[in-house]
Design a protein around this ligand. Sequence first.
Ligand code: IDP
Ligand code: MG
Length: 143
Amino acid sequence: MIERTLIIVKPDGVRRNLTEEIIRRYEDAGLKVVKRKTLKADANLLRQHYSAHVQKPFYKGLENFMSSGSVVAVVLEGDDAVARVRKITGATDPSKAEKGTVRGDMGIDSLEKADKEGRAIENLVHASGTIEEADKEIKLWFG
Ligand code: IDP
Ligand code: MG
């Protein structure tokens, strides 16, 4: 089924100049970029985007990280896009993410380091987890 999903190149990815290479990974897998914008996310947007995590102990660090610089939000379209994009993205902890994934190949952080330093895991890119999340997130970021 043709689906749409959202990725967000996080501030660490933008700072490291990896935006184009990250988006390229998804395009190389056959996904099409249908919308794209660069912005600075504010606390209100992030609270809605991460509503499932607002109560968690790492949330404040996550908000600080995600608002620490520009992000690039991208809507991707393609067959089975939600699951395929998650697979290309890789596991949350870059030190555990499979080689061949964005986080596994380009990520330099780990849960262990992030925990020690009391901050969020820096893992380059967000990808919607389910079709329902994707619908909600695309509306939130692109109106
Ligand atoms: P996901 O991005 O792989 O879907 P989620 O569990 O939805 O992972 O968490 C959202 C984001 O919050 C992660 O990508 C990561 O940046 C951060 N994060 C998740 N769990 C932790 C944690 O235990 N400590 C610090 N940051 C975390
Ligand atoms: Mg998630």
